[in-house]
Design a protein around this ligand. Structure first.
Ligand SMILES: Nc1nc2c(ncn2[C@@H]2O[C@H](COP(=O)(O)OP(=O)(O)OP(=O)(O)O)[C@@H](O)[C@H]2O)c(=O)[nH]1
Ligand SMILES: [Mg+2]
Length: 300
C-alpha cells in the first residue's frame, strides 16, 4: 500500500496598499470573514499594521492591513508611512486597492511608482463597484492597467462581497509553500486591549469630523473579569486640546455617553460577554508628536 504524500501547505503575507479611504480595511475584513480592522469614512482610519488571518484546508493567507499611503505631517504619520514601506518590502505580495468610482488620481500614481520598485507580485483591486456605474468601473480598470504595476486586476465590492472570493482565491495562489504562522482559529494578531481600543475609536470616528478624528487616540487602561459573564473595561480617550475634549464630552456628557454605549455594544458583540465600559477624556497636548507615547500605543 502506498501512502499519498501529504499536500504541501501554502502560507504567506499579502500587504494592502492604497490611498486613505479606498476601502482597504473593509476589503481585509471581507476576505478574512471577521472584523479585524475598524472602518470609517474619515481618511487615515488605520494607524497600525494589522495582520488578519484566513486559514483554509491547505493554506493560510495573512493580509497586512496598512495605513493609507500619504505624505507624513508629524511623528504619527511619519511612523505610519515608514511602516507601510517596511511591510511592503517584507511581504510575499501586494494588493493595491483603488476606488472604482473615483478612478485613478495623483495619489494612486504615487503608490504605483512606489510599487514598481517592489520585488513582489502586485495584484490590483478596483473597490466600491457597488457605487460606480459600469462605465466608471471600466474606466478605472483601464487606468489601473495603464499604471503598469499589477499582474492581475479585479473589480470588487468589499461592501456587497461581489468579486471578493475570486480575488481571495487568486491571492492564495500567489502564496509560497510553507508552514502556517498562526493557529487556524486566530483571525488577527492584535492583542485584546488594542482591539478594544480600536472599537472605541471607531465609535468616535463615526460621530466626529474635521480635525477631531485625527486628534483622538484611545488607550485601554484596565480589563477586569467580574464574575463569569461580565467584563469591566476602563479606557482613556486622548485628545490634544480642551476644546476637543469639550466636543467629545458633549452637552451634559451626551457625546461621551453615546460613544460609550456604541462601543460597549460593539465590544459585547466581538467578545460574546457582557461589558461594563468606563471612558474618560484627557487632554494630552501634541500626543501625535510624542515618540514615547506612540511607542506605548503600539504605533511603530
Ligand atoms: N459603497 C462602498 N463603500 C465602501 C466599500 N468599501 C469600503 N467602503 C467605505 O469606504 C470608507 C473607507 O473604508 P475603509 O475600509 O476604512 O478605508 P481604508 O482604505 O482602510 O482607509 P484608511 O485606513 O484611512 O487608509 C468607509 O466608509 C467604508 O464603509 C465598498 O465596497 N462599497
Ligand atoms: Mg484602513
Amino acid at each position: 500500500m502506498t501512502a499519498t504524500p501529504p499536500v504541501p501547505t501554502r502560507s504567506g503575507f499579502i500587504a494592502l496598499a492604497g490611498r486613505p479611504n479606498v476601502g482597504k480595511s473593509t476589503l481585509a475584513n471581507a476576505i478574512i470573514g471577521a472584523k479585524v480592522a475598524i472602518v470609517s469614512d474619515k481618511p487615515q482610519t488605520t494607524r497600525r499594521a494589522i495582520r488578519g488571518v484566513a486559514t483554509g484546508p491547505h493554506w493560510q493567507l495573512v493580509l497586512i492591513d496598512l495605513p493609507g499611503v500619504q505624505r507624513p505631517r508629524d511623528a504619527l504619520t511619519a511612523r505610519m508611512q515608514r511602516r507601510v514601506e517596511r511591510e511592503l518590502a517584507d511581504a510575499d505580495g501586494c494588493l493595491f486597492v483603488v476606488d472604482a468610482e473615483q478612478g485613478i488620481g495623483p495619489g494612486d500614481r504615487f503608490i504605483a511608482h512606489l510599487l514598481k520598485g517592489a520585488p513582489v507580485p502586485v495584484v490590483a483591486a478596483a473597490n466600491k463597484t457597488d457605487r460606480a456605474d459600469r462605465s466608471a468601473t471600466v474606466r478605472t480598470l483601464q487606468a489601473t492597467a495603464e499604471l503598469d504595476v499589477a499582474d492581475e486586476i479585479f473589480a470588487v465590492s468589499a461592501r456587497t462581497g461581489a468579486g471578493v472570493s475570486s480575488l481571495a482565491d487568486h491571492l492564495v495562489s500567489l502564496l509560497p509553500e510553507g508552514p502556517f504562522h498562526y493557529s487556524a482559529k486566530q483571525h488577527s494578531d492584535q492583542p485584546e486591549p488594542l482591539l478594544l481600543a480600536e472599537l472605541v475609536r471607531e465609535q468616535i470616528l463615526v460621530r466626529t469630523r474635521a480635525e477631531i478624528p485625527h486628534a483622538v487616540e484611545v488607550e485601554i487602561t484596565e480589563i477586569e473579569q467580574v464574575g463569569e459573564q461580565l467584563l469591566r473595561i476602563e479606557g482613556l480617550v486622548l485628545v490634544e486640546t480642551e476644546s476637543q475634549k469639550g466636543i467629545l464630552i458633549g452637552a451634559g456628557g451626551a457625546m461621551i455617553k453615546a460613544i460609550g454605549i456604541g462601543a460597549r455594544r460593539a465590544i459585547e458583540r466581538e467578545l460574546g460577554l457582557r461589558v461594563h465600559l468606563e471612558l474618560s477624556v484627557r487632554v494630552r497636548r501634541h500626543w501625535r508628536a510624542d515618540e514615547r507615547l506612540l511607542d506605548r500605543l503600539g504605533i511603530e
